[in-house]
Write a protein that binds this ligand. Structure first.
Ligand code: HEC
Length: 138
């Protein structure tokens, strides 16, 4: 193999390394979790009105804070009792689109349940609207 071929192969290998490995606190830090591009690009149809945020907060505090924590940093009373680690959603709010969060809440992965059959789409968007207000101010 001549040097040019080696250089070309090195470049090829480098370009296939995924560039979006998110450091969120999911079960497996080495595996990025991203919604399919189409789902991630979906805009939130809800306005961030105080009513929608309040409805999302009630749902979040009823169904999600056990694992994700009341402040959504990933530490709740269920931490240590479940397999894996709940994600810090204040980080997710900053780094993932509304469509990405919507898809993940409905799809689930590892200890994160799938809520597709639990909530109406409208309710999931309300939770996404609420979670988005928790974005860590960096
Ligand atoms: C039984 C514990 C548990 C409950 C209850 C739970 N989650 Fe999760 N959640 C997790 C775990 C664990 C992960 C990490 C999954 C992974 O990456 O494999 C996660 C991941 C997520 C993610 C993805 C974040 C990212 O950046 O990828 C979102 C969004 C989320 N949860 C929202 C919610 C919402 C909203 C609720 C309530 C309706 C909820 N979760 C209830 C355990 C839970």
């Amino acid at each position: 193999m001549n040097t040019n071929t080696t250089a070309a192969l090195t470049l090829l290998a480098a370009s296939t390394i995924p560039t979006t490995i998110y450091a969120h606190g999911g079960d497996d830090h080495t595996k990025a979790w991203n919604a399919p591009a189409g789902a991630a690009a979906r805009p939130n149809p809800m306005s961030s009105s105080s009513e929608n945020i309040a409805r999302g907060k009630i749902l979040y505090e009823t169904f999600c804070k056990q694992c994700h924590g009341v402040d959504a940093t990933g530490v709740g009373p269920g931490s240590g009792l479940i397999r894996g680690k709940s994600t810090n959603l204040t980080y997710s709010a900053d780094h993932h689109t509304a469509g990405d969060l919507f898809w993940k809440i409905r799809t689930g992965r590892s200890a994160m349940p799938s809520y597709k059959l639990v909530f109406k789409k409208k309710q999931v968007w309300e939770m996404v609207t609420y979670i988005k207000t928790l974005a860590a101010k960096e």
